[in-house]
Design a binder for this molecule. Structure first.
Ligand code: FAD
Ligand code: UDP
Length: 378
């Protein structure tokens, strides 16, 4: 007897399954991939022995004490602190934009107040107007010259959408600091799972009340727990793409996918840092990840290294949908999908794909904990 079907074994699905299993419910999890863990999955690179995050760099960070306490039940975290650099016209600058970036860019030696005044002057074209899209938000935060150098080209490569059509919120999560602090995240807690992501994710599913079926698509009517067989019979938590659930009835939502190009190099250290962004539009990739640097505490081989170049493009049917693009047309469609969801009371939509929202890992976990409390066990 199954009490709950969870579609998707990412952090949202795993959190729901683990919490429900702890309360004595029998949970059946499905994933169409051949491994669990969703996009946070990682594996050991066969040529170098270095842990590689298969779906792009994943850095755990949170200020939510409840989430931090919860994740620490399954893994300890290293003291890793994320820092990013960006290459612009052959020169390397620290990101996110801070006093170091500003002074290097303008070849100046401003203190915080002078730098603030300079940026304010360079953002004056907005005339105090509330920024309504990414372009205006960028100019208002850092002024036009810094925006054009570090944000405009990178964003064009990453989103392939006119920045005036993108929501301001995409870059609101990037801090701008008038100090030399170049930590990427502002959160209280940060780190990487000591034993790797997959060990953490597998531990969450390791419960006698949880069964996991991999390589199993919820929409494949030939398998016994398909949509047509279970909806209305057993409660379902669905964390796949919301438009796909409704067969694109309201039109396909736009998503962005990534292509990862892996290369093993015969050097101990390629770039001296885990993530190097490439701000200029002429460079076709957005960033290069060098995975050995995520775990300086590990003894990795010193004669080779693995790097991954990340390219971004619109997702076509059949591509992995990674980032909701969220244009005004998408938001209208989403509204109509929400109405359809309301007609499916036994299906609970969650996670990044199921709600069409940019959720970091800690947000996916936090919202899964709330769904368990407010909807599944209320
Ligand atoms: P997912 O992990 O996407 O899991 C959904 C699962 O559902 C998948 O395994 C999929 O195969 C499965 N599924 C879909 N359709 C079906 C179907 N029809 N049948 C069966 N199974 C199905 N977060 C951070 O906190 N820090 C970061 O640095 C960070 N970096 C990221 C970088 C990239 C490139 C991406 C894409 C995401 C990043 N994230 C990061 C976000 C993080 O991946 C998500 O927060 C987390 O994966 C959300 O989990 P989820 O369960 O909602 O979705
Ligand atoms: N961004 C940018 N330049 C950078 C880094 C980020 O323009 O060097 C913008 C870009 O639009 C990106 C957004 O800020 O989509 C959020 O950056 P983040 O690093 O959080 O993106 P993610 O890792 O989620 O793709």
């Amino acid at each position: 007897m199954t009490d709950l079907v969870v579609v998707g074994t990412g952090l949202f699905g795993l959190t729901v399954a683990e919490r429900m299993a702890e309360q004595g419910r029998k949970v059946l999890m499905l994933d169409r991939r051949d491994h669990l863990g969703g996009n946070a999955y990682s594996e050991t690179d066969p040529d170098t022995g270095i842990e590689v995050h298969r779906y792009g760099a994943h850095l755990f960070h949170t200020s939510n004490e409840r989430v931090w306490e919860y994740v620490n039940r399954f893994t300890a975290f290293t003291s890793y602190v994320h820092r990013v650099y960006t290459t612009h016209r052959g020169e390397v600058f620290p990101m996110p934009i801070n006093l170091g970036t500003i002074n290097q860019f303008f070849r100046s030696a401003h203190g915080p107040d002078a730098a603030r005044a300079l940026v304010r002057e360079q953002a004056a074209e907005l005339g105090g107007k509330r920024p309504e899209n990414l372009d205006e938000q960028g100019v208002s935060l850092i002024g036009r010259p810094l925006y054009e150098a570090f944000i405009q080209g990178y964003t064009a490569k990453q989103w392939q959408t006119d920045p005036r059509e993108l929501p301001a919120s995409i870059i609101s999560r990037l801090p701008v600091r008038y100090t030399y602090d170049n930590r990427y995240f502002n959160d209280t807690h940060e780190g990487l799972p000591v034993g790797g992501y997959t060990a953490w994710l597998e531990r969450m599913a390791d419960h006698p009340n949880i069964e996991v079926r991999l390589s199993t698509d919820f929409f494949d009517p030939s398998q016994p727990v398909s949509k047509s067989a279970v909806v209305g019979q057993v409660p379902v938590v669905y964390t796949g793409p919301v438009d796909r659930y409704f067969d694109d009835a309201e039109g396909a939502l736009s998503w962005r996918t990534l292509d990862f190009e892996r290369e093993v190099l015969p050097v101990g250290d390629f770039q001296g840092t885990p993530v190097m962004n490439y701000a200029d539009p002429e460079v076709p990739y957005t960033r290069i990840l060098e995975f050995r640097h995520f775990h300086p505490e590990r003894e990795y081989t010193s004669d080779k290294t693995v790097i991954v170049r990340e390219y971004s493009r619109f997702a076509e049917r059949g591509d992995e949908p990674y980032y909701p693009v969220n244009t005004a047309a998408d938001r209208d469609r989403l509204k109509r999908y929400r109405e359809l969801m309301a007609d499916e009371p036994s299906v609970h939509f969650g996670g990044r794909l199921g709600t069409y929202q940019y959720l970091d890992m800690h947000m996916a976990i936090g919202s899964a904990l709330s769904m368990v409390e407010n909807k599944l066990t209320a």
